[in-house]
Design a protein around this ligand. Structure first.
Ligand code: PPS
Length: 288
C-alpha cells in the first residue's frame, strides 16, 4: 500500500525523507536566486522531457550521461533525504541552478522580493494519460522503495480522482499554476503541445530563458529530446545502473489512456476531474 507524508498539505512519498518536519522547514526557508530555473509539474506530466530541453539549452546542445538527478536536482527528495542530501547540497550548488519540483505554486519557494524572482517552467499533461503514467510509475516505486502502490488499475484511478495519490489532486495542482500563467517569470506548457511541435517549444523555452539559439541548435536539441533521442541516453535517467528501463522514459504518447479507461471510468473522469476546469479556460488534448 502507499505510504505518504503530509508536508505543507501535500502527500509526499514516504521515501523522500525521514523527517517530514525538517523537509517542510527546508522548503519554507529555501532561498531562491534570481538566476534559478525551476521545472515544475504534477508528477508524470513531462517533467523529465522539459528538464532535458532546459539542460541542453544551457549547455549548447550537449548530451550528458551524468545522472539527471545530479544535473538537474529534484528539490523535495534532495533536500533532506539522507543519501541524496549527502551527494547534492542545493544550497551551495553553483549558479545557475536548474531545479525540478512537483510542488504547487503556493508551496514552491520564491523570493519575497518582487524584483528578485527566478523563473518557473510549469508543464501540464492531460489527466487521463497522467493517471496511467503515475500508475505504472508507482508500481515501479513499490518495487524499488517499498513506497508506492501495486494494486489494480481501476482502484488506482479512483485514488487519483479522489486526490489520494502523491501530490494530491491533479486539478488543484494545475489550476494553482494556471492562475499564474501570465506572470512574467512563469512559462506554462502542455505536454501535448510539445508533442505537436517540439522545435517551436524549444524556441519558446529558450526565449523565456533569455538564451536565443540558432535554428541549427534548435533543431538539434529538438531531435535529441524526442523520446527516441532521450532513450539513446537512457543511462542518465536511471537512478542506479539497474537492468530495467528507466521509468521516466516509458511509452511517451498522447492517448495511451484509451486502452485503460472503461466508459464508466471515463464518465467519472469527465464529471469529477475535467468538470473542475470548466471555468478556468484550461483545456487539454486527449489525442493528437
Ligand atoms: S516524473 O517522475 O514526475 O518526473 O515523470 P515525468 O518526467 O513528469 O513524466 C514521465 C512521462 O513523460 C514521458 N516522457 C516523454 N514523452 C515524450 N517525449 C519525451 N522525450 C519524453 N520523456 C519522457 C514518459 O514516457 C512518461 O510518460 P508515460 O506515459 O509513462 O510513457
Amino acid at each position: 500500500s502507499a505510504k505518504y507524508w503530509d508536508i505543507l498539505g501535500l502527500y509526499i512519498p514516504w521515501s523522500f525523507t525521514n523527517d517530514p518536519a525538517l523537509l517542510a522547514d527546508y522548503i519554507i526557508n529555501f532561498e531562491t536566486r534570481p538566476d534559478d530555473v525551476f521545472v515544475v509539474s504534477y508528477p508524470k506530466s513531462g517533467t523529465t522531457w522539459v528538464q532535458e530541453i532546459v539542460w541542453q539549452i544551457y549547455n549548447e546542445g550537449a548530451v550528458s550521461s551524468v545522472k539527471h538527478v545530479f544535473r538537474f536536482p529534484f528539490l523535495e527528495p534532495t533536500a533532506t533525504h539522507e543519501e541524496l542530501a549527502e551527494l547534492i547540497d542545493l544550497k551551495t550548488l553553483p549558479s545557475p541552478r536548474l531545479i525540478k519540483s512537483h510542488l504547487t505554486y503556493s508551496t514552491t519557494p520564491r523570493s519575497t522580493n518582487k524584483d528578485d524572482q527566478c523563473k518557473y517552467i510549469y508543464v501540464a499533461r492531460n489527466p487521463k494519460d497522467t493517471a496511467v503514467s503515475l500508475f505504472h510509475f508507482t508500481e515501479r516505486l513499490t518495487k524499488e522503495t517499498g513506497s508506492g502502490y501495486n494494486g489494480p488499475w481501476e482502484f488506482f484511478a479512483k485514488l487519483f480522482i479522489e486526490g489520494n495519490v502523491i501530490y494530491d489532486f491533479w486539478n488543484d495542482h494545475v489550476i494553482d499554476w494556471w492562475k499564474h500563467k501570465d506572470d512574467p517569470n512563469v512559462l506554462f506548457l502542455k505536454y501535448e503541445d510539445l508533442h505537436k511541435d517540439l522545435p517551436s517549444h524549444v524556441r519558446i523555452i529558450a526565449k523565456f530563458l533569455n538564451k536565443p539559439l540558432s535554428d541549427e541548435l534548435i533543431s538539434r536539441i529538438a531531435e535529441q529530446c524526442t523520446l527516441e533521442g532521450m532513450k539513446k541516453n537512457e543511462i542518465s535517467y536511471k537512478w542506479r545502473d539497474e537492468k530495467e528501463s528507466s521509468p521516466l522514459l516509458r511509452t511517451g504518447v498522447v492517448g495511451g489512456w484509451k486502452s485503460y479507461f472503461t466508459p464508466e471510468l471515463n464518465d467519472r473522469f469527465e464529471k469529477e476531474v475535467m468538470a473542475k476546469l470548466e471555468a478556468t479556460g484550461l483545456e487539454f488534448d486527449f489525442e493528437i
